[in-house]
Design a protein around this ligand. Structure first.
Ligand code: F0G
Length: 358
């Protein structure tokens, strides 16, 4: 029998590269170490010789990449004596903050835009016992309120303006490099508040500067057309998209993300809601991977750029799938074929099956 070391989360894994002390009490749920899955069927359908991997961040403990940042942010908040954390969120940050606060035994306050967060995310925040404050305004308004509250109230902000969040999230780049034994040629991400693209660049740069790899990827950030400040070149006051996770018009990491684009010689592009949903479905049906709508924008954009020749054949591409499809069951059901209702009788069930037998 071969014994494997028990995986205990990304802070233990990358302790020497993260801002923790020897005696820091680590608040972890075993986040990180997510699968990098090579796509088999979609490149064939596309008819292009490309090597595409998806980093399935939906398999983190609360179902999104936010857990990477939250383990760091909550660990440090607790170490510094904080008794409460707060965030504005389109859903995933609130789910993650709620879970890690529960684990740490502190209070989480979460501000969410009323009616605009996916059901699974709301269920998570509520279930973990967060104080859920629905605001009659969007994420950007919530973010402003959180910053104001942070100045007057003894709570730690755990949005990605908290630098420990980006430190935790940079570990996704480490994992990718270790697995591929090199940096990919292109790394594609959905962009909302722009923290994650910034964090990945920090991670890639760190391994590059320490001589562990001899290149960094070209970073590509994709936004939903109705919420695309990086494409418009200015903030968007009334963002809209079916991908509620990235329904953000005033990204907090604006300058940092432009810097990533320039340094990596990458680009931003936009995807329509139709493209996002079609790619979410394609991935689910062709590869067996279920991500939430916002996550599919990374692959939607990458596939378009491959088709148009902006990403050359022969490239090694990684697309981050930021959140699990189960977060947003309403959208999934809406865009799928109807279920077939039959009597509970053998002949009826067999009859209903015949059209589908291959
Ligand atoms: N994908 C998903 C599933 C997200 O939840 C988010 C952000 C992003 C992509 C964009 O990442 O903001 O770092 O550019 N969600 C935040 C939240 C805003 O509140 O859950 P980003």
């Amino acid at each position: 029998m071969v014994f494997r070391r028990r995986y205990t989360g990304l802070i233990d894994q990358y302790r020497d590269r993260l801002p923790v002390h020897d005696d820091t009490r680590i608040i972890s749920l075993g986040e990180g170490n997510t699968p990098l899955v090579r796509l088999n069927n979609i490149p064939k359908i596309l008819g292009k010789a490309i090597d595409v991997y998806v980093k399935y961040e939906g398999l983190n403990p609360t179902g999104s990449f936010k857990d990477r940042g939250m383990t760091m942010a909550v660990t440090r908040a607790v170490e510094e004596g904080s008794k409460a954390i707060i965030c504005a969120s389109t859903g995933n940050t609130s789910a993650s903050a709620a879970a890690y606060a529960a684990r740490a035994g502190i209070t989480a306050f979460v501000l969410i835009p009323e009616g605009k967060i996916a059901l699974g995310k709301l269920a998570q925040a509520m279930m973990h016992g967060a104080v859920v404050l629905q605001i009659q305004g969007n994420f950007d308004k919530g973010m402003q309120l959180v910053k104001d509250i942070g100045e007057t109230t003894p709570v730690t902000i755990v949005n990605s303006i908290n630098p420990f969040r980006l430190q935790g999230q940079k570990t996704a780049a480490f994992e990718i490099i270790e697995e591929l034994q090199a940096a990919p040629d292109y790394h594609c991400l959905p962009v909302g508040n722009a923290g994650n693209i910034t964090a990945h660049w920090i991670g890639y740069t760190e391994y590059y500067q320490h001589g562990l790899v001899n290149s960094r990827p070209i970073m590509l950030g994709y936004q939903a057309s109705g919420s695309a400040p990086f494409l418009r070149g200015k903030m968007v006051d009334h963002p809209e998209t079916v991908a509620t996770a990235i329904r953000i018009g005033h990204p907090q990491s604006w300058d940092k993300a432009w810097n990533v684009q320039k340094e990596s010689q990458g680009w931003f592009d936009e995807c329509t809601d139709e493209e996002i949903l079609a790619t979410q479905k394609l991935l689910a049906e062709q590869e067996g991977i279920f991500c939430e709508p916002a996550s599919a924008s990374s692959l939607a954009g990458a596939l378009r750029d491959v088709k148009q020749g902006k990403i050359p054949e022969g490239s090694k591409i990684v697309c981050t799938l930021t959140g699990h499809g189960l977060k947003d069951p309403d959208i999934a059901i809406k865009q799928s074929q109807e279920v077939i209702t039959v009597k509970a009788e053998l002949a009826e069930v067999q009859q209903a099956m015949t059209a589908y037998l291959k």
